[in-house]
Design a protein around this ligand. Sequence first.
Ligand SMILES: Cc1ncc(C[n+]2csc(CCOP(=O)(O)OP(=O)(O)O)c2C)c(N)n1
Ligand SMILES: [Mg+2]
Length: 360
Amino acid sequence: MNEKAKDQAKEVPKSITNVDTAFQELIDLEVHTSVDTKVKEITKEKASEMYKNMEDIRNFEENVRRFFTAGEIPGFVHLYAGQEAIATGVSAHLTDDDYITSTHRGHGHCIAKGGDLKPMMAEIFGKETGLGKGKGGSMHIADLDKGILGANGMVGGGFGIAVGAAMRNKYKKNDSVVICFFGDGAANEGLFHESLNMASIWKLPIVFVNENNFFAEATPQWYSSASKTIAERASAYDMPGVRVNGKDTAAVFDIAGEAIERARKGEGPTLIECVTYRNYGHFEGDNISYKAVSGKEKEWAIVDPIEVFREYAIEHGLLTEDELDKLKEESKQHVADAVDFAKESPEPDPETLYTDVFAD
Ligand SMILES: Cc1ncc(C[n+]2csc(CCOP(=O)(O)OP(=O)(O)O)c2C)c(N)n1
Ligand SMILES: [Mg+2]
């Protein structure tokens, strides 16, 4: 090693020279799991809706991956696979009258919030029948009728929109809540702090749901965050901050349920940090050289939230293996229909290039 390289090596912060320890520490920090959840709240009907939803997200993502790799999907895609428990556990408490803001990794949020798979898939394929008439693509999926205020290519771009929607709800005195999904990287944006502060002083009906998948592109959270956890930042804004196992749908459901109830009652916001991992790269095409191939990180990486929920549903007598398999098959068909719809749909007419782009 030459002198310059030696100096550079010395400068590497300790936290990233011992990734295994850093990772284990983060996983070991207090995490809420379904061991202490109020099991009875999940009915058989709710469990099957949640399981189907998780399968829909996974199948949707696997198909997007397949057709993106085949060159049939234009633009850029960031896959949500691996994080299904979060969108599912949270959205199971929501209705069309509630709102969500999403991220660049937003397919899962939109599906869980009731987004129709056909126009969603068509949008990703850039087709005229898409939710944005094929002009927005993966990072601009929105469906206002379903309370989906939009995926967002700006990291942290959802915070201001979510706080604005929550202000509207408070002003209208309805009991609609807003969920602001965001990543660990977004938690280091200035708007995170402004938004939590404003939401707290005005006791807005909003829940900030952090999806800590430990990476912002290739940058690890323990390298970029001054606080060990994201949840502990809540104390600076006088709101509850809780950390939950984001691969455990029942645990997310439980914690989110309490926070949503609190928001609906006018008691103000909550920050929830869901500890998770993404199955694939930051974007499709990422060579993921920064991810561990063994050790604690890998052990966490291979925990499959869908399997965790299957086991939970069987153990608690909510669904049988056969019922789960049937739902899985239905989901595959549902997604295959969405792919066919997208493929068969026409491209947008070039004449409409500027239509819907600017307000009249
Ligand atoms: C304001 C802004 N800064 C930087 C980027 C480039 N960028 C896109 S995604 C990303 C990482 C986001 O990480 P995180 O919030 O943890 O979300 P994740 O990708 O892990 O879901 C970055 C830096 C951007 N799109 N917008
Ligand atoms: Mg991240």
